[in-house]
Design a protein around this ligand. Sequence first.
Ligand SMILES: Nc1ncnc2c1ncn2[C@@H]1O[C@H](COP(=O)(O)OP(=O)(O)OP(=O)(O)O)[C@@H](O)[C@H]1O
Ligand SMILES: O=C(O)[C@H](O)[C@@H](O)[C@H](O)[C@H](O)CO
Length: 227
Amino acid sequence: MLSAGQPPQPPATSVTAASAISSKAHLSSMQQNGASVTTELAPEKPGGPIQHIWVVTGPAGCGKSTVGQAIRKELDLPFLEGDDYHPKANKDKMSNGIPLTDADRWDWLISLRQAAIDALSPAERNDFHPPAGVVVACSALKKKYRDVMRVAAYGSPLVQIHFVYLKLTEAALMQRVTRRQAHYMKSDMVQSQLAALEEPRDEWDAITIDVQKSVLDAVAAKLAEYQ
Ligand SMILES: Nc1ncnc2c1ncn2[C@@H]1O[C@H](COP(=O)(O)OP(=O)(O)OP(=O)(O)O)[C@@H](O)[C@H]1O
Ligand SMILES: O=C(O)[C@H](O)[C@@H](O)[C@H](O)[C@H](O)CO
């Protein structure tokens, strides 16, 4: 587990796809420069169990909702669809092929962050026990957007936030967004998404998932880097 409070860790480990996320063996056994990446929940710390905020990020079409739902199912956690927190004005802009600006995104990110914090509270669905965490599908294209989401873990040593960035080529994104039906985000928006994208670099709480490759290919390629 990339746990909060550690010194900055080396660049993210690149594993792959929903099956990697859903097969705990891959993530729990991945080692990189001494930093282990695992979906196993960190051992309980004084004061209670750790709660994890899993933010699945990336440009339109990369698979945030699909992979986010896979993690939700695997870890039996509540799931928040970031698209649901965009105001109508944002959806209207994107539907008309107009990219969002920073100003369009601040209130959206803050409302999504608050919803994630609220989801960690005890609720009837859990017999009033706090859930082990929450999964959030949120593009969080820029580092400063991820910094807005990181505030959710400030002040609480028992809350850890993790970013799962789904890396995909422009061609693959275009193909997916084009094929997708009944969604306000059309393929003419993919380029602006990539133009705004700041891939996580030196962000120790971020994992990069190369969803283009198969699990074994990507894991083999990553391990080959350390031969
Ligand atoms: N691993 C995959 N292989 C092939 N197609 C996929 C994969 N993951 C998702 N898709 C398809 O790609 C399209 C986009 O997926 P999804 O809606 O999960 O992406 P998203 O990042 O949430 O998009 P947006 O940000 O625009 O809502 C969907 O039609 C989905 O079925
Ligand atoms: O920040 C943004 O530009 C938006 O959040 C997009 O990245 C989303 O993909 C869009 O909401 C469609 O899902």
